[in-house]
Design a protein around this ligand. Structure first.
Ligand SMILES: Nc1nc(=O)[nH]c2c1ncn2[C@H]1C[C@H](O)[C@@H](COP(=O)(O)OP(=O)(O)O)O1
Length: 209
């Protein structure tokens, strides 16, 4: 069944091949650079509303406590599509009517129990552009570990959501991720890129001394 798409796009039509509660599989027809019609198979989330800035958020959550080194709060969980455990930033889907910042603060609270303050909001980024139109914004949140509300964080996960909390020293991030990978876990690409960035920045800083 073909449906209409906005005229400003290069997509001409979309045939929905299959649709369930969370996802829709389609074949789209689009025009390439030479005006030639081509087709592409793609997946879309059904939770995205027109008013939503993006499908989800991922939270770079830094726990800061007096006289302690900075800690990155991460989550480890079983992901059915991979049939493996993953190590990721705390993350989740944006609810209808929520801003990206609100979604980030809520998801951090639900998945980790920590209450934090937004320090930076990145743009909406793509996740797997050859497969889906899913997008996610990276939001940096600082957690004040000195505040009583962050002394004993209590997760508020939904039924069927089992999230293990990881506390990793920022300076050891890449090493720890490589260890998790060596044990058979799959590391989220954004998180791994972040770890490589931190590690390279540290090497450059040392080289300058
Ligand atoms: N693709 C999905 N298939 C499902 O069967 N269920 C799914 C999919 N995506 C999300 N969900 C469910 C699982 C949770 O109950 C809710 C909310 O997920 P959320 O925690 O916001 O997002 P993730 O952490 O990225 O799973 O949706």
């Amino acid at each position: 069944m073909a449906s209409e798409v906005p005229p400003s796009t290069r997509v001409i039509s979309k045939d929905v091949i299959g649709s369930r509660k969370w996802l829709e599989l389609s074949e789209i027809t689009y025009k390439d650079e030479e005006n030639k019609e081509r087709s592409w198979e793609m997946v879309a989330r059904k939770t995205r509303k027109r008013t939503m800035p993006g499908d989800g958020v991922a939270v770079i959550a830094t726990l800061r406590k007096t006289l302690h080194l900075d800690i990155l709060v991460l989550v480890r969980q079983y992901r059915p599509p991979l049939d493996r455990f993953t190590v990721e930033f705390p993350s989740g889907l944006v609810d209808d009517g929520e801003t990206l910042e609100e979604a980030a603060v809520r998801e951090l609270r639900e998945e980790t129990g920590y209450v934090g303050t937004v320090k930076h909001q990145g743009p909406v980024t793509c996740l797997d552009a050859g497969v889906s139109n899913c997008t996610e914004a990276l939001i940096s949140i600082e957690i004040d570990g000195d505040k009583p509300e962050n002394h004993h964080p209590q997760q508020m996960t939904d039924d069927g959501e089992f999230v293990e909390l990881l506390h990793v020293q920022v300076s050891e991030l890449l090493t720890r991720l490589n260890e998790f990978s060596g044990q058979g876990d799959v590391i989220d690409a954004k998180l791994y890129a972040y770890a490589v960035g931190i590690s390279q920045r540290t090497h450059v800083a040392h080289a300058r001394v």
